[in-house]
Ligand binder design. Sequence first.
Ligand code: MFK
Length: 496
Amino acid sequence: MGFIQEPPRLGNQYDEDPALRALLARRLPADVRQAIKPELRELGHEVADWWPAQVAQHAVEPRHVPFDAWGNRIDTVELSDFWRRAPALAARWGLVAAGYEPRFGPHARVHQFALAYLFTASSEIYSCPLAMTDGAARCLIASGNRALVERAVPHLTSRDPATFWTSGQWMTETAGGSDVSNTGTVARPDGQGGWTLHGRKWFTSAIVSEMALTLARPEGAGAGGDALALYYVEPRGEDGRFRGLVIDRLKPKLGTRKLPTAEITLDGLPATLVGEPRHGVRQIAPMLNVTRLWNGIAAVSLLRRGYALALDYARRRRAFGRPLIEHPLHARTLATIACELEAGLELGFEVAALLGRVEHHPADRDAAALLRILTPVAKLATGRIAVAGLSEVVEAFGGAGYIEDTGIPTLLRDAQVLSIWEGTTNVLALDTLRALAQAGGPGIWRDAVERELAGLPAGMSGTRGSCATSPIARRRGSPPPARIERSSSPGLAGSR
Ligand code: MFK
């Protein structure tokens, strides 16, 4: 027999994730934890079950069909098997709904993001439309536009596959990705109280969604970001065809290739104004903050998948006479990934917990200010941890990690977008400064850090392990963690 390697296997992704279970034990009351445990365990099993077929179909990408055989413009998008099943799965698991249901009060968001964390790594980035759907629901509720809330929010938060909708978030244009104030799309009154949109959107993620929120400049409103307005659109008419919208092409991307991200031209798309006909950036900000949290949870989800695979592989694969996990340097590399993964997980779920608290206790102004500060911090930190950590994961597989049909490269390519979309690291660093500049910002930040340090076991608050110089210790330029006392990750014994 030649050179045959055993592939890594995935077990139940809830049972095999002690960091998630420890986090939920700290953050949730026992009754909530007990109530959600069966569904988390079931989802942990399902996502592991989906994975081999997803790896086998790694090369299948969405396909844009602009015309039918007879020359009619149809702009259909053919999707992967999983993407066709995903809306029903998302509704059934309540991946958006769980965040809005009253039964767990302020703990709803931790519940929802525990589901999202388990789901995302096996979602072929279907988490992207779910993030935008959640963000759109939050944004419409914040707008106070009752007609639109009644029209869309029951769909966006539905558990019924027959009524569930996803939403797009169309912001990026050729003139500006980070600098949204350059938006060139124009909104024209249609003479009947509505509007039509005219322009070009350069990145529209998940063009298959039933609705979208988008920015446009009301005709004659003048230049600059303040003159933009927020619009609600349903891009398809009753016949299921796009109206006033043409797909120019699907983007050929480095990663997230299952996600049908489109360039589109709008010419007469009917639109409804969400709020006042200006301050659109301010109005869409609630959506951005929710999608940034999803981004953070996606980052730790993808890294967790890479780590789980690398850990299993290290126990099977032998080199120099013993399993990889018994080689101290390799075990140390995995320990470093686990350490930063847990740090990212804590940060992401801190934001999820804060969001739940703020939604249920709007008068808690300190929590709201901390949420505003930590959202960009968590998004930027986890995005970079995921990219650096998944690069380590690829390397931990040796040559196999570089081969497409192992499924490992997809994890790294998908992670790379997490530090780009929804605000690059530098844009978010500036956003953090803007948030800190709010009244009381620095004090609220300092108090939060001191609270966290006070909660650490004695002697740990001064530790400068690799997590202190993240991501992945600037690719291992500094020493690995001296001790990983709180880590309950399996397989780390070799590193201690
Ligand atoms: C698996 C996970 C998937 C995740 C989902 C992926 C979906 C991807 C789809 C996409 O659409 S990706 C494109 C996303 N685009 C961005 O994230 C844009 C990045 N640029 C920024 O974030 C800029 O900071 C921003 C455009 C928001 C700044 O715009 P401006 O024109 O310079 O506005 P300005 O003056 O800074 O802010 C305008 C108002 O909004 C201010 O309020 P006031 O009018 O009351 O003064 C700001 O305080 C407010 N604001 C801005 N950012 C905010 C915010 N308020 C709350 N939270 C924020 N984050």
